[in-house]
Ligand binder design. Sequence first.
Ligand code: AHN
Ligand code: ZN
Length: 324
Amino acid sequence: MPRFLIFALFCLPISFSCKQSPRTNNAVEIKIPVFNADSAYFYTEKQVSFGSRVPNTPAHDACGDYLADELRRFGAAVVEQQATLRLLDNSPIAVKNIIGSFYPENKNRVLLCAHWDSRPYADRDPDEKNRHTPIDGANDGAGACAVLLEIARHVSANQPSVGIDIIFFDAEDWGKPDFPPEDKHYGNWCMGSEYWAKNPHAPDYTARYGILLDMVGASGAQFFKETFSSLHAPQIVEKVWEAAQAAGYAAYFPNRTGGAIEDDHIQVMKHRKIPCIDIIHYDPDSESGFASYWHTLDDTMENVDKNTLQAVGQTVLQVIYKEK
Ligand code: AHN
Ligand code: ZN
């Protein structure tokens, strides 16, 4: 047999196999971690166990220390941004935004955020005598922070292609109460995120995009496409709803329009110019739009469902581990 033929025969299978091998041969395929809802449920319970996390109370400060310590335990670089803000009666509230940065050397960043404070009054409670009592905020606050802590645990163990910043915003829930306020001892929504967005923990801080979680733990919750998110960050909305489908949670993320909610994502977009969406349990067809536990003494652990935490947590993991 001529030498060139032997050479050609020897090469053939190799050239075939080369053609068939994927182009991304040397790129490492990143596996999507499995979100653990038991762990998220535990982080929710832990926050609630401190008591209502209302600024200027010991429960608030103790829970803030817990959240910052957990982020540090997962290896994040943590900034505890403290500020004194003022209510309408000019009384001071000591607030703390808690920022945990993973892989700070990576310039391609994604911001994940939630508020960690709880509402100082159950102003939507059916029983009038409860309306001045602070809420547990198991869903309205704690559940979303818990999902982010569980994501932090995975991000620290398995490096995604993007760097991740997790921000727990304070003083989100000081909006004007539903009862006629005798005094002006209340503030605005989103006071902590407004402060951070105007005074970021790192000068000129930016990220490709942000995802805000708000009330992501209730049984039967569904997440509709929030209107400000769809208007100002439509690609991120699509990315997240497609990720939910890919993760098997399309039923939790229907292709439907929700309400237009003033929430922390507005501050992030307005003052930091980072497109940011809000994953929020809000149904425009229901009476208040929010679930019946909302801003009542019923916002307790009994209304937290591991399946909902799982759907949201796994969807967000799907999004960040699919990033290049
Ligand atoms: C408004 O009701 C305008 N925003 C509510 C945002 C919120 C309160 N999220 C949780 N608690
Ligand atoms: Zn609230």
